[in-house]
Design a protein around this ligand. Sequence first.
Ligand SMILES: [Zn+2]
Length: 126
Amino acid sequence: MGHQFYTLGAFEYVADVQIIKGRLEAEGIKVFLRDENTLNSDPLISNAIGGVKLMVYASDREEALEIYNEIRSYATDRYGDLIVCPNCKARRSETYYNRKNLFYKLFPFFEKKKYKCLNCNIITKP
Ligand SMILES: [Zn+2]
């Protein structure tokens, strides 16, 4: 019987992953990364496959989510104020990219920024 895993999130940059990984490990949570080697050798390809996935044991899920939600950076507008969800008024949004076609996978900076509310999951445009 192997362990069950929970994917905490997928990250585009190894630097982001290292911060979260370090914090979780400091709290005694075992962290597993997937696709990191691909990311280091070829960033374009890793974008296309969704970056680095950070996984924890399913049994550590609650604790890991709590720490992750504490340290993750919420989306802010150009004045540095937290994005307010127009639906539920929560101030917990993250930047959201829906990279559906290959063009945006290869050139993500051409895509317009959107925000995803972490409370009600609605996607909004600024
Ligand atoms: Zn909301």
